[in-house]
Design a protein. Structure first.
Length: 270
């Protein structure tokens, strides 16, 4: 119970920070916060190379920070966003195969490049929603909320009703019953959010459920990299939750698909 309380308090504090930054500070503050979280996640991903990882952490965090600065100025004015997101979805198909075939060998030489495929497109997707006149902080917060709802719904449904394990070799605690509960919670939050923002309810529920479904692959993918590195958590920044990656692993897969689907259904411009 104490751990659960710690998780709830930490989540509420993080939500309060997001609300202040998204709705009370200039837009540049939200961009900076998202970039800060992404660079922090890159620092943690650098630890997946194994022992004596500090130089790799520093180098990878610096590389990702540079990539964010570069892509943030070039996308979408000079480099179109959608091909990047389509490429990201191809990566997540490959990641799903890795999860299904686990245990698999993950050579150290590939671990950092895979981190770029995980982190950069997700940040660009969040940035696209935040900057779009048809999106903005309200839609981005809703996109984050539907993925969080999937996590919360899966956690409590799995604890109460979970029997059939989803991926026992990767994450023994996850169950198919939890998946059902998570997707149901996502649909409810998406419907409520669409109503509040005066958006098409059916379209947003469809997009959100699809994003929540692929978010499971994001979670499991980070888990296999942690297992390859012999780590339980990616970090310890957030009490009760672990590191930044432990909090955004689901979002890294969900956000690119959310934006792609939103463009297809006309909720965001291409």
């Amino acid at each position: 119970m104490n751990k659960l309380l710690t998780r709830i308090v930490t989540a509420l504090v993080l939500l309060a920070v997001l609300l202040v930054v998204f709705f009370r500070l200039p837009p540049a503050a939200a961009v900076g916060l998202l970039a800060l979280f992404t660079v922090a996640a890159a620092w943690e991903w650098g630890g997946f190379v194994g022992k004596n990882a500090t130089p790799w952490r520093l180098a990878f965090a610096a590389l990702v920070a540079g990539a964010l600065a570069l892509f943030g100025t070039l996308v979408p004015e000079k480099i179109p966003l959608m091909p990047i997101l389509y490429g990201s979805l191809l990566w997540w198909v490959l990641a799903a195969v890795l999860v299904l075939r686990f245990p698999v060998n993950l050579p150290v030489i590939w671990r950092l490049p895979c981190g770029l495929l995980v982190l950069i497109p997700a940040w660009l997707a969040m940035l696209a929603v935040l900057r779009s006149p048809a999106g903005g902080p309200e839609l981005l917060l809703l996109a984050l909320a539907v993925v969080w709802a999937a996590d919360v719904g899966a956690y409590f449904t799995g604890r109460r009703f979970g029997r059939t394990r989803l991926a026992p070799l990767v994450s023994p605690g996850k169950t198919w019953e939890g998946v059902g509960g998570g997707l149901t919670a996502t649909a409810l939050v998406a419907a409520a959010g669409a109503w509040a923002l005066n958006l098409p309810i059916a379209s947003l529920v469809l997009i959100s459920v699809a994003a929540a479904a692929i978010s499971i692959i994001g979670d499991l993918t980070v888990s296999i990299f942690k297992r390859a590195a012999g780590l339980k958590d990616s970090g310890s920044l957030f009490p009760g939750h672990g590191g930044v990656l432990d909090r955004i692993d689901s979002l890294t897969a969900a956000m690119p698909l959310f934006v792609v689907c939103a463009v297809w259904l006309g909720l965001l411009p291409s």
